[in-house]
Design a protein around this ligand. Structure first.
Ligand code: G4P
Length: 284
């Protein structure tokens, strides 16, 4: 998959990194949102460098769709690297309090320092960052109680940021820092596409579904076997056929509609109908 398929161009990346650096200069805390189903592939390759002088919080978002055991392992992994991590579903109301609490905890040293200097009630300033589709706007909206934020969700789009006060002593930038994925790595492109973070119109969904079956055969074979009533997952086209027959997805003559079956499998995976899945594990 070419880098351009993500909508990122070198000019966009330069502009975006300049904007993020400028904004990060004003913040205490960088809240990095990643997708709990692919915690590695949904990270920006430069975030550690970009946010090296900031307090850090990683949000393992969409935890409602991810494998709980693996989310726990990822949280431990990031903590072992010194970054506080929160498993979250940004759509839920309670996400707001969880993030505020974790933010204050992460910044406790600064808050204490301010207190000792007699500076009271200086809010922690936070910025939400991450690659497209991980749930940044959803999280901001949940925290500030707003309906859909008008994000400049296109690389390089200029935005005018505003600080929004919360009731927890945290000021939040109302527009997220948009970063790019590690697109030089092919498996990253595949996994982003698998979870639906890349526009399906620019990819061959039949091929993608085939690769998904192969990966699921390694990670969660029983889920696929049970769902489409098939014992052998070694040939993806046989799985497409089984899914087509099981769901009555047939062409006029009665043959299975392989394209629609492949699309159904992707939809099932992305919507949690194949259970809660995580496609990557931390290497400890
Ligand atoms: P972004 O700003 O990082 O680009 O992501 P955004 O908030 O736009 O979220 C991308 C998609 O992910 C949205 O779905 C959103 O509803 C969904 N989402 C965000 N957080 C969670 C979560 O914790 N769990 C689940 N299951 N989904 C989440 P969409 O279909 O693109 O939009 P919509 O139909 O929900 O409006």
């Amino acid at each position: 998959m070419a880098g351009n398929d993500y909508g990122w161009y070198p000019g966009h990346m330069t502009k975006s990194i300049r904007a993020i650096r400028g904004e990060l200069g004003l913040v205490d805390l960088c809240i990095e949102v990643i997708d709990a189903r692919i915690p590695l592939s949904s990270r920006n390759p430069d975030i550690d460098e970009l946010a090296k002088d900031k307090y850090r919080l990683i949000i393992l978002n969409k935890s409602d769709l991810a494998d709980e055991k693996k989310s726990r392992a990822w949280a431990e992994y990031f903590k072992s690297k010194g970054i506080e991590t929160l498993e979250l579903c940004a759509k839920e109301r309670k996400a707001s309090d969880l993030v505020k609490k974790a933010s204050l905890y992460v910044c406790r040293e600064k808050i204490e320092r301010d207190k000792k200097r007699g500076i009271l009630n200086r809010p922690v300033r936070a910025m939400v960052c991450g690659i497209p589709n991980v749930g940044k706007s959803t999280l901001i909206n949940t925290i500030i109680g707003k309906s859909k934020t008008q994000t400049g969700n296109k690389p390089g789009v200029t935005r005018s940021n505003q600080w929004v006060k919360t009731n927890a002593g945290i000021d939040l930038l109302d527009t997220p820092g948009l970063l790019w994925p590690r697109f030089e790595d092919k498996t990253v492109g595949f996994k982003l596409a698998a979870i639906g973070s890349v526009n399906d119109q620019v990819i061959n969904t039949m091929q993608l579904a085939g690769e998904v079956i192969t990966l699921m055969n390694d990670l969660y074979p029983d889920r696929v076997k049970e769902k489409y009533e098939i014992d052998d997952l070694s040939k993806p086209e046989e799985v497409f056929k089984a899914a087509a027959f099981k769901n009555g997805i047939l062409l006029k003559g009665g043959d299975p509609d392989m394209q629609r079956a492949a699309d159904l499998i992707l939809t099932d995976l992305r919507s949690g109908k194949l259970g809660r899945i995580t496609l990557e594990e931390p290497s400890l």
